[in-house]
Design a protein around this ligand. Structure first.
Ligand code: RIB
Length: 314
């Protein structure tokens, strides 16, 4: 099947408990309601890309030999994602254990399960693929190999370097666009202002997501600032994944970077207003309608620029 965006990565069934606060080490917290949701950074990003519309989305993933696999596959198919599934016999599908606090904070522990079975030779044909979207919940050697093969084939490689980990030395040379949060950026680039950190990375375009502040991108010598939209967050799980998938979809449709950042920020903001990972990801029409009603205040941009360490000379 010809699909311009290929996502390769993880799929997890999320086990979510709501609680007054996230427990500290050694603490037991009495939570409240429990629910399961399809999740996993890779699958969430594939769903976000498909829901952003306008571009066919395919996903390479590995699933286990259990009933969770059926749920995870169905969620992707329902969202319109074409799947390329590696079946891992005698292994459980990926799972994630999430404590969600009343102030919308979370703590997540992932049991990779079948996600660990994804190997370099599993990359499907790149015929018709223009953008490959990767994350770091599957084995690093496979991620690096997928990036290398795709880059050599002229495919745009987008990497969301999450969760934070040390990267194989040559991986960033094969990346066209890197998406990181502040912690991930500091882990890769060391200390300094955000713009200094971004300029230190050998990637043509770096996007730093800054939670409730918004995001900043550096492409060559150009800087792009997108303040966050104001929302009442109930669950920030998959906010970053929604951003990445929506961004990939818009870029694959040749949207200018500033427009793609605005759309991705809006999709991510809307996802924070609902429970669950894939369950929270909005569709294109909803994002467009919501965006049409938003007014961006110039002082938000100025505050974001100051936070990023942007001076008049940047
Ligand atoms: O980014 C959110 C995701 O991280 C969750 O859906 C969970 O599965 C973990 O992978």
């Amino acid at each position: 099947m010809k699909a311009p965006v290929l996502v390769a990565g993880s799929a997890n069934l999320d086990f979510v408990v709501r609680a007054p606060h996230v427990p500290a080490p050694g603490e037991t917290v009495l939570g409240r309601d429990f629910a399961t949701f399809p999740g996993g950074k890779g699958a969430n990003q594939a769903v976000a890309c498909a829901r952003a519309g306008g571009v066919a989305t395919r996903m390479l993933l590995a699933l286990g030999d259990d009933p969770y696999a059926t749920v995870l596959e169905a969620a992707l198919v329902d969202a319109g994602v074409a799947t390329h599934i590696v079946r891992a016999p005698d292994v459980a599908s990926g799972t994630a254990f999430i404590c969600l606090s009343d102030d919308a904070e979370n703590a997540i522990t992932v049991a990779p399960g079948a996600n660990a079975a994804l190997r370099p030779h599993h990359l499907p044909s790149l015929f018709g693929v223009t953008h490959l979207l990767l994350q770091l919940e599957t084995p690093l050697d496979a991620v690096a190999s997928f990036a290398h093969v795709a880059h050599a084939a002229g495919v745009h490689v987008l990497l969301n370097a999450a969760p934070a980990t040390a990267l194989p030395p040559l991986l960033l040379q094969d990346v066209d666009l890197l998406v990181v949060n502040e912690g991930e950026l500091a882990a890769l680039a060391g200390p300094g202002t955000l713009v200094a950190q971004m300029s230190r990375l050998p990637v043509p375009c770096v996007v730093a997501t800054l939670g409730a502040r918004g995001c900043v991108a550096r492409r060559g010598g150009e800087l792009f600032l997108q303040p966050a939209f104001r929302i009442d967050a109930v669950d920030t799980t998959a906010a970053g994944d929604t951003f990445c998938g929506a961004l990939a979809a818009r870029l694959a449709q040749h949207a200018p970077l500033a427009d793609a950042l605005r759309f991705a920020s809006a999709a991510s903001a809307l996802a924070c207003t609902r429970l669950g990972a894939q369950a929270s990801i909005p569709a294109r029409d909803e994002v467009d309608a919501w965006l049409a009603a938003q007014v961006e205040a110039p002082d938000h941009k100025a505050a974001l620029a100051a936070y990023c360490g942007i001076t008049g000379s940047d």
